[in-house]
Design a protein around this ligand. Structure first.
Ligand code: M6R
Length: 365
């Protein structure tokens, strides 16, 4: 049932305030993360964790990449992230007391499951899955389980599963961070921001009309570049994946600092460039990267809460996102990118919920 929406994808995008609030429910108090959400043995296992290995595919892999920034900068733990199809076939070096984490909406992705089975033969401390499907293989075979509460996701393009995974990973970051010097006040601030997330996402969904407008400028394009820096780089990767998956426009993502090492050669007036640009420590750096793009005639689409920093012009479209704390910016900035890919697909007339050549759950290698 599409609940009155034209597509499952749109319904699922708009469900995010509700499912995020469900994912948080019972997992946070006013100021603290309740780590039992990760399972009865979580406390004991978390005490011993000295590092993290994350394995996943597609959108879930992008969630893992966001978590790497959080785990290293907030929890002070080393973190590796790898796509499952690579991880499962190579000899890996496992450091002592490393927690092995899989992330999966379906819990049945063949490569991710195979990676978990491989990992069990190595000397990991324990395994944890962040999953949306109860009773799935990954849930059955992992030591610790965190269930995202996104509800069934029907659209092939993953939307609400991603933002709920990010919430799960931030709760994990806090739970582990506590054991490595994360201040109680920082935890309380982060928890407060998470509690505000459903409302913030609701506000971001208000960009729908604006983005519908912007999407028309993409429909005749064959390529697009998505740029971000720091924790927003994987958000840009996810934006690019969404666009290619449902609109069939070739989209690539780059950490903006890499532009001049090659991709700048692609930039001309036919190349839309999407920038994820919240006001954070790296915004000034990003801004100068974008000036280089502009100097080559590129058309910029900047998602930012600092409209003044990127004045609109013929060449620059600024999409004004509300200002939010850094820790929840990846979730909030994901919303307009989801809407962008949706509306571009609509203009192009592609099959939004069932893109060609793709399956919702990839249970074969
Ligand atoms: O069910 P999973 O999270 O394990 O699926 C992983 C990928 O197949 C999935 O995220 C895929 O990339 C999506 N179609 C992206 O929108």
């Amino acid at each position: 049932d599409k609940g009155g929406y034209r597509h499952f994808m749109l319904k699922e995008i708009f469900e995010q305030p509700a499912v995020l609030s469900r994912t948080l429910q019972g997992r946070i108090s006013k100021t603290r993360v309740m780590e039992q959400a990760f399972g009865a043995d979580a406390e004991k296992i978390f005490d011993q964790v000295k590092g993290v290995q994350i394995v996943a595919c597609g959108t879930s892999y992008h969630a893992g990449l966001v978590a790497k920034y959080w785990l290293e900068s907030i929890a002070g733990l080393p973190c590796n992230v790898e796509v499952a199809s690579e991880y499962r076939y190579r000899r890996v070096f496992v450091s002592k007391d490393t927690l092995f984490i899989t992330i999966s909406q379906s819990g049945e992705t063949a490569d991710t499951l195979a990676a978990l089975r491989e990992a069990k033969k190595s000397h990991y401390l324990a395994s944890l899955v962040i999953c949306n499907a109860p009773n799935s293989s990954l849930v059955r075979e992992s030591d610790l389980v965190f269930m995202t509460q996104a509800g069934p996701e029907i659209g092939v393009a993953s939307t609400k599963a991603f933002t709920t995974q990010l919430v799960a990973l931030q709760l994990l970051t806090i739970a582990l961070g506590r054991r490595h010097g994360l201040a109680e006040q920082t935890e309380a601030d982060m928890v407060g921001s998470l509690a505000s997330l459903p409302d913030q996402i609701e506000t971001a969904l208000g960009l729908d009309d604006t983005i519908k407008h912007v999407s028309e400028k993409f429909a005749d394009k064959h390529h697009a570049l998505f740029l971000g820096r720091g924790v927003e780089y994987p958000v840009a990767m996810e934006g690019a994946l969404k666009l290619k998956e449902i609109s069939y426009i070739h989209a690539e993502s780059y950490p903006a600092g890499e532009l001049k090492h090659g991709p700048l050669a692609l930039v001309d007036a036919n190349m839309p460039i999407v920038a994820v640009a919240p006001n954070n420590d790296l915004m000034e750096k990003l801004k100068s990267n974008l000036e280089e793009v502009q100097a080559r005639g590129g058309k910029l689409f900047v998602f930012s809460d600092q409209a003044d920093a990127f004045p609109s012009s013929e060449e620059v479209t600024v999409i004004d996102v509300q200002s939010v704390p850094d820790t929840i910016a990846p979730m909030v900035y994901t919303i307009p990118l989801q809407l962008l890919s949706y509306h571009v697909a609509i203009v192009k007339g592609t099959d939004v919920d069932q893109p060609r050549n793709l399956a919702k759950s990839v249970t074969v290698e």
